[in-house]
Ligand binder design. Structure first.
Ligand SMILES: [Zn+2]
Length: 294
C-alpha cells in the first residue's frame, strides 16, 4: 500500500491508501512549536508511523502548503519552512520512494483520479480555504512549470495596488476571495467574535439570509471570486471546474451565486448558457489520497 501525508499549517494527517481509498488514518496537531521542533515533530511522527506499518508500505507521498523546487520545500509561509529537504531527512531512516508536492495540486490530482473531475481531460480545481490554491489539467495532464511548479492561482493579481498579500505582492486573488476573507468579513459585519466557528457562522448566515449586511458581504465576495474564476476560464477553457477546501461547507449558498454571476456578467470572453462548476468530493482526504499516488 501507499502512504499519503497531508501536512497542514498546524496539523499532520497520515493515511494508508489502497487504490484511492484510505484504509487507515492517523492525525496529530502541532500547534505553537518553533521551526526546529516542528520539523523534529513531523519527521519523528512520519518515521514512527512508517516503521509501525513497514511491511505494508511501498512508497510515501507528502502534500505540503508551499513551493517545491527539485523535491525541496523552497518556501512554506504557513509552516515557516525555507529550503527544507524533508525527503533526505526521512531517507536516512527508510529506503523507499518518497515524493512531495504542493497540497492544492495533490488535492487536485486526487479529485482528477478519483473524485469530482474524474473522467474529464481539461479541468480546473480550486481550493478555497485559508488561502487559495489550485491545479489545472490540460489534455489529461497536470500543468506544471519547469523552474517553479506554477498555477499559483491564489496569487494572480485581481486588484492593482490592492490588499497586501502575505506573499509580498498587492491585490492577490486570495486576499479578496479566500474563505478566510469571507468569514472574517461576515463576522465583522455582524459584530461577531473572531472565535465564532465556521459551522456556527454558517448556521447564522443560513438563518438570516434576508439580512442586508450578510447579503452585502456575500455579494462583494462573489464579485471578486468570479473575477478570479473567470480569468481561469478565459485562459484554460476547462470542461469542468471543481471547488474544494472549506468552501464545500458554504457551497449551498455560494455555488448558485457563482454560476449566476459568471453567466450574467461581462466576465467571460466566450459567452455560454451553462457552466460546469462542481463541489469537490473528497473533502479533507484529498491531500492524503493525492499525495499517495504522486
Ligand atoms: Zn500573494
Amino acid at each position: 500500500m501507499k502512504v499519503g501525508i497531508d501536512l497542514g499549517g498546524s496539523h499532520i494527517a497520515i493515511g494508508l491508501v489502497d487504490n484511492g481509498k484510505i484504509v487507515q488514518k492517523d492525525e496529530k496537531v502541532f500547534n505553537k512549536l518553533n521551526i526546529i521542533n516542528k520539523k523534529d515533530f513531523i519527521e519523528n511522527y512520519i518515521k514512527e508511523y512508517v516503521n509501525a506499518n513497514r511491511n505494508r508500505i511501498e512508497s510515501i507521498g507528502i502534500a505540503i502548503p508551499g513551493t517545491i523546487v527539485d523535491n525541496i520545500v523552497k518556501k512554506s509561509v504557513n509552516l515557516g519552512f525555507e529550503d527544507y529537504d524533508i525527503i533526505s531527512s526521512l531517507k536516512e531512516d527508510f529506503n523507499m520512494e518518497i515524493k512531495i508536492k504542493n497540497d492544492a495540486k495533490c488535492a487536485g490530482i486526487a479529485e482528477f483520479e478519483f473524485g469530482s473531475i474524474k473522467g474529464y481531460k481539461n479541468a480546473v480545481f480550486i481550493t478555497l480555504g485559508t488561502g487559495i490554491g489550485g491545479a489545472v489539467f490540460c489534455n489529461g495532464k497536470l500543468v506544471e512549470g519547469n523552474c517553479f511548479s506554477g498555477t499559483e492561482i491564489g496569487h494572480m493579481i485581481i486588484e492593482k495596488n490592492g490588499n497586501l498579500c502575505k506573499c509580498g505582492k498587492n491585490g492577490c486573488f486570495e486576499t479578496y476571495a479566500s474563505m478566510r476573507v469571507l468569514k472574517t468579513n461576515l463576522k465583522k459585519s455582524l459584530d461577531l467574535n473572531d472565535d465564532v466557528h465556521g459551522e456556527e457562522l454558517l448556521q447564522i448566515v443560513k438563518n438570516d439570509m434576508g439580512n442586508e449586511k450578510i447579503s452585502g458581504v456575500i455579494d462583494k465576495y462573489i464579485d471578486y471570486l468570479c473575477v478570479g474564476i473567470s480569468n481561469l476560464i478565459n485562459i484554460f477553457e476547462p470542461d469542468v471546474i471543481a471547488i474544494g477546501g472549506s468552501f464545500i461547507h458554504f457551497s449551498e449558498i455560494l455555488l448558485p451565486k457563482i454560476k449566476y454571476t459568471l453567466l450574467n456578467s461581462e466576465l467571460l470572453f466566450n459567452k455560454r448558457n451553462d457552466i460546469n462548476i462542481k463541489v469537490a468530493e473528497l473533502g479533507n482526504d484529498a491531500g492524503i489520497i493525492g499525495s499517495s499516488i504522486l
